[in-house]
Design a protein around this ligand. Structure first.
Ligand code: GDP
Length: 140
């Protein structure tokens, strides 16, 4: 299994409910290591850039407004198969469809306010990590 890095975001619905530590415990329990982390308030411009691939989707404006509504915790996670492993512990986008024990099944409020983001492929992981972190900020 390849050692990979992936971008994770703990979203505003989760920071508002003080769930940062419980979510990190789930990530670490799944074998992922936090190798970079910062708590930030995204600007509209940064959030729109991050979700540019979704610009044509009907929920784009709502998603951006949600993502800038409060602080987020942006992280780089490292581990064997980190991209798929993180998606697995996150659970399905819609918490109603997320497997029991996953972060979204336990903590998400709805399909939009779903507590976490995780990159979905090696190319997007590399792009998303570079969007938020300089190489010197990632300490494996
Ligand atoms: P993810 O990779 O599981 O995060 O899902 P997507 O890349 O498809 O969507 C990005 C984010 O947009 C999701 O995590 C949700 O916060 C939001 N989202 C996805 N689908 C919907 C939807 O149908 N309605 C709304 N309001 N938000 C959505």
């Amino acid at each position: 299994m390849p050692v990979e890095r992936t971008l994770s975001i703990i979203k505003p619905d989760a920071t508002a409910r003080n769930l940062t530590g419980r979510i990190i415990a789930k990530l670490e329990g799944a074998g992922l290591r936090v190798v970079a982390q910062k708590r930030v308030r995204l600007s509209r411009e940064v959030a729109e850039g991050f979700y540019a691939v979704h610009r044509a989707r009907p929920f784009f404006n709502d998603l951006v407004s949600f993502m800038i509504s409060g602080p987020v915790v942006v992280q780089v996670l490292e581990g064997d198969n980190a991209i798929a492993r993180n998606r697995e512990v996150m659970g399905a986008t819609d918490p109603a469809k997320a497997a029991p024990g996953t972060i979204r099944a336990e903590f998400a409020e709805n399909i939009e306010r779903n507590s976490v983001h995780g990159s979905d492929a090696p190319e997007t992981a590399a792009q998303e990590i570079a969007y938020f972190f300089a190489g010197t900020e990632i300490v494996g």
